[in-house]
Ligand binder design. Sequence first.
Ligand SMILES: Nc1nc2c(ncn2[C@@H]2O[C@H](COP(=O)(O)OP(=O)(O)OP(=O)(O)O)[C@@H](O)[C@H]2O)c(=O)[nH]1
Ligand SMILES: [Mg+2]
Length: 382
Amino acid sequence: MSRTKQYDRYQGNPFRRVGYIPPVNEILKMGFNKAAAVQFKQKRSRKKSREEKIAALEVKRISTLSLYICTQLEKIISQFPWIEDMHPFYISLCAVFGDVAKIKQILGRLKGISEQIKKIEKEELKKLKETTHPQQTAKIRQSAYGRFASLVKKAKGDIRYLIRVTKKAKTIPDFDMTIPSVVVAGAPNVGKSSLVRSISTGKPEIGEYPFTTKKIIFGHRNLFFTMAQIVDTPGILDRPFGERNIIELQSISTIKYISDIIIILFDVSYNASLEPDEQINLLNDIKTNFPQVPIICVLNKIDLLSDEEIENAKSKFNTSFEISTKENKNIDLLTKELDELIIHIWKTHSKFKDQSKIEISEEYLEQIDNEELEYEDIDYNL
Ligand SMILES: Nc1nc2c(ncn2[C@@H]2O[C@H](COP(=O)(O)OP(=O)(O)OP(=O)(O)O)[C@@H](O)[C@H]2O)c(=O)[nH]1
Ligand SMILES: [Mg+2]
């Protein structure tokens, strides 16, 4: 089964749906305040004794606190996306920030606490039915409060964990699985962000130092009747998978789960952050791990190289294009081939079948062929 069939094709980052998660102290404080504010309402039909009124008030206080805590816990649980329904891109990027299985366990534990609170409420209210003595009813209320509080306090670390991971997971960008994705990858500082800026709507920061890009950034490239996502990734170093840091792992997950085309950039200029052999290792690593994805090898920063250096690098990396993003050299050659490949993938890959079935007249195609492909600056994240 194609992976797109399993998920809601138009869902964005599901963690964005998660609203405010109150910490345990806040849940308790607000709950106690609400319970303390409960008033006794006199019913006209029957006059109650003072003791009966106090006992009724204690019932209301216990129920109010129980209801408040359970509502808060259940609100947290219901806001969280079902891990099974999430696209692996979001799961794997979330896994970079935290333990996805742990999130599931925590949600299960919160549900358990909420059920236990309801059970305690029943037990304590039953005790209240047996007495109206003010001292005893106050004691029952205090016992209920204490049991609620100690249960909820058990979730302190769990809720703190949810708050921390959700905050990071919310920064994962929305990805559109209905259009092809071109992932721009390579060693740090090779010019990935510069290329994404020049061929898409993406506006990643460009910096002189390695690891300027620390998270995945999406740009779009308009191809008249379809569109592609151009994805900027943090730099990857030449080292075994297990030794990669959080920043690099985001790039690997992005390549693994969403790339339809990979552009690998190389840099052999004087300030390259990796040796040519290390960059070759990186390329081989990607080729071995993702053999099904077409790779376009591109040498960047040719403005800093002599003709001889370009020729040497060309044969070493077997590059298809030699460009300079800084001086806009050969970018048009690269984008021409890229656009053709994107359209080919969009038309032939089963996961884009529904979209690519749109009928396009020969006349229109001819018109497009004669026009220069221009790309509009639209913020699709709106
Ligand atoms: N001379 C020259 N400099 C370039 C070219 N492309 C990028 N640079 C410079 O190289 C540096 C790194 O560029 P970025 O686009 O930030 O590189 P990156 O691969 O995204 O870097 P990280 O995000 O740190 O991995 C910046 O100082 C750019 O101005 C180029 O074609 N020629
Ligand atoms: Mg960058």
